[in-house]
Design a protein around this ligand. Structure first.
Ligand code: ADP
Ligand code: MG
Length: 609
């Protein structure tokens, strides 16, 4: 067997992606490697294929239990002998895995970093022929990264304790220079062969919205994406609860995930999302790293995340299967306050020294600024992200809201003055600051109960912006907050003026704002199918669901969406045509061909008659 036949026989692909081949060759050559590729770039293949070709066993260090369980499940579905070692195994299960290991029954074993210095594990490891150690999500070893995990530091000791040093490989999607250097240094990679592929994910569409009401906007968005899987990220547990509830109230099939839920419920909810039983996952950033679900077709950020790294990682969970997918961020000025609050009140990591903590804190605030910049930029959004990661890019990508819609710069000094002055007048009338929706009501001359109770209809600013939509008023207020004239209180949502506001109110300072032209959104690879192919796709999709249920694995582990699309288009007549579909290997042909071919045959007949 060589690497090509493994790629084809087990995974059903005919060509390597950028970076894969050079890393695989290097490992087979006995050299250390360092692979830096974006999420969905195909890093797993870079250690799974060598694992099958090398003698003995390959260990994969992976930070999350759910991640390793998913990967082992997918490997088994492709007919590869694999196992994992982590705290979910009972003592007898663990013994069984150790026994099989010593008998040489596995080619790939995933290990949690915490396990590496357990006595039992080390003594088993010392008796094995370990050819290769792959460190997945290797950025976890760096405290400059997003997900520093001190347990990753144990890897080095573990390697040092082995009778013979195996080839070591590191893999990550984090490209910042500092993290890269840390990974190489701490893991003590020996003149590694590096592959750093571009970070662009051309199939992802990026958009930033400043919705008047995030809830209304969200309901509109999920309504037009009903049959697709999506993740909605919120910055707080409270928002997760609220948003999820609202979706359920409106009849959507949603579930939730955050650190406040019991482990059992988190597991259950994640599972029902992976298995497509629930289409929408509403979650905090606790949901994510290692979510290998390939068919997520949109990721909506209900709140702005704290950094571009976090954003790209979370948004990047869309479209892993290579199909077109959307990454949409809802921005409001108060997100900035929330993000600052979260950064300033992050739980203490006791393993860090005060100086380290201080450095990390300062870096986080700097990262936040770049994130805010993304929400405000008039550049190509993809360009902004790639630039942040230090990658060259064309000026116009053609697949983000800027490039598709574009902005106009507008002078909003007058509107800004009206809003600021209205806020001030309400404050004087009521003796306290109020929220932005009340301000908008007053400006629009909308006599609702709060307006009447406070006699706010007597203010001179009442009805001053009668013809302006509420979303515009909010968008301008967001802009004013970003420029430091306003501040939204994290708890009460009350909007107050800052000392800077007087520059606009009394000193004629200009305010401008970029107004987005109507973007052209909806786009869908499935739409490139003819109607007939789409009908067949639906039938094949049902077959896939049945097969998934029968074998108790997620549908996209049975076959991915791109495979299903190709199948609907090509309509294979026999097993050898079936085998040639992308993503179909030997075992999947054996297991699944008949079920699909039967439906395709029936479909053809009906088409002909
Ligand atoms: P990463 O770990 O880099 O985020 P994965 O290893 O999970 O990415 O791979 C993402 C997807 O790409 C998987 O569905 C995988 O099967 C697919 N893939 C990997 N290599 C290839 C290839 N050479 N050709 C086609 N698809 C591939
Ligand atoms: Mg991966």
């Amino acid at each position: 067997m060589d690497k090509f036949s493994i790629l084809n026989q087990y995974f059903g692909y005919t060509a390597f992606r950028p970076g894969q081949e050079s890393l695989i060759d290097a490992v087979l050559d006995g050299k250390d490697v360092f692979g830096i590729m974006p999420t969905g770039g195909g890093k797993s293949m870079c250690y799974q294929i060598p694992a099958l070709l090398l003698p003995g066993v390959t260990f994969v260090v992976s930070p999350l239990i759910s991640l390793m369980m998913d990967q082992v499940m997918a490997l088994k579905a492709a007919g590869i002998p694999a196992a994992y070692i982590n705290s979910t195994l009972s003592a007898p299960q663990m013994q069984a895995v150790y026994r099989n290991l010593l008998r040489g029954q596995y080619k790939i074993v995933y290990v949690a970093p915490e396990r590496l210095d357990y006595g039992g594990f080390s003594s088993v490891a010392a008796r094995l022929n370990i050819s290769f150690i792959a460190v997945d999500e290797a950025h976890c070893i760096s405290q400059w990264g997003q997900d520093f995990r001190p347990s990753y530091l144990r890897i080095l000791n573990f390697i040092a304790g082995l009778p013979k040093r195996p080839v070591v490989g590191a893999f990550t999607a984090t490209a910042t220079k500092q993290v890269r250097e840390d990974v190489e240094r701490i893991l003590a990679l020996q003149s590694p062969v590096r592959a750093m592929t571009g970070f662009d994910r051309a199939n992802l569409y990026f958009e930033v919205l400043h919705p008047e009401s995030k809830d209304t906007q969200l309901l509109q968005m999920v309504a037009s994406r009903r049959n697709k899987s999506g993740i909605i990220y919120c910055s707080t547990r409270k928002n997760v609860e609220r948003v999820c509830e609202s979706l359920l109230d409106h009849g959507y099939c949603a579930t939730r995930y955050h650190a406040g839920l019991s482990e059992q419920e988190r597991h259950q909810n994640q599972r029902s999302f992976l298995y497509d039983e629930k289409k929408i996952m509403v979650a905090t950033n606790a949901f994510g790293m290692g979510i290998d679900k390939s068919n997520v077709s949109y990721v909506i950020h209900y709140n702005m995340p704290k950094s571009i790294e976090a954003y790209y990682q979370e948004a990047g969970r869309a479209g892993r299967d290579g199909m077109n997918a959307e990454c949409i961020l809802f921005f409001s000025g108060s997100d900035v306050a929330t993000a600052r609050f979260l950064i300033n009140n992050a739980s203490d990591n006791e393993e860090l020294t005060p100086t380290q903590k201080d450095t990390i804190h300062r870096q986080e605030l700097a990262r936040l600024e770049s994130m805010i910049g993304y929400c405000k930029t008039d550049q190509c959004l993809r360009g902004y992200i790639l630039e942040y990661f230090g990658q060259k890019h064309p000026e116009i990508c053609g697949n983000c809201s800027t490039c598709k819609g574009g902005y106009d710069e507008k002078d909003i000094t007058r509107e800004a003055q009206m809003i600021l002055s209205c806020i001030q007048r309400i404050y004087h009338k009521l003796g306290r600051w109020c929220d932005i929706s009340l301000v908008a009501r007053v400006l629009q001359g909308f006599p609702d109960s709060r307006v009447r109770e406070g006699q706010l209809d007597q203010l001179s600013t009442y009805g001053l912006m009668k013809t302006t939509g509420r979303s515009t008023i909010r968008a301008i207020a967001d802009q004013l907050e970003q420029e430091g004239y306003l501040r939204t209180d994290e708890q009460s949502k009350a909007v107050s003026l800052t000392p800077l506001a007087s520059q606009v109110l009394y000193q004629g300072k200009d305010v401008t704002m970029l107004i987005r032209k109507e973007p052209n959104t909806e786009q869908d690879v499935e739409n490139t199918m003819s109607d007939a192919d789409a009908d067949l796709y639906d039938l094949l999709n049902d077959v896939r669901s049945q097969l998934a249920r029968k074998s108790a694995i997620p549908p996209d582990v049975v076959l991915t969406n791109p495979t299903l699309v190709e199948m609907a288009k090509r309509k294979p007549k026999n097993t050898s045509e079936f085998r040639r579909l992308p993503g179909i290997g030997e075992l999947k042909t054996q297991w699944y061909a008949q079920a699909f071919l039967k439906v395709i045959r029936r479909f053809r007949k009906e088409q002909e008659s």
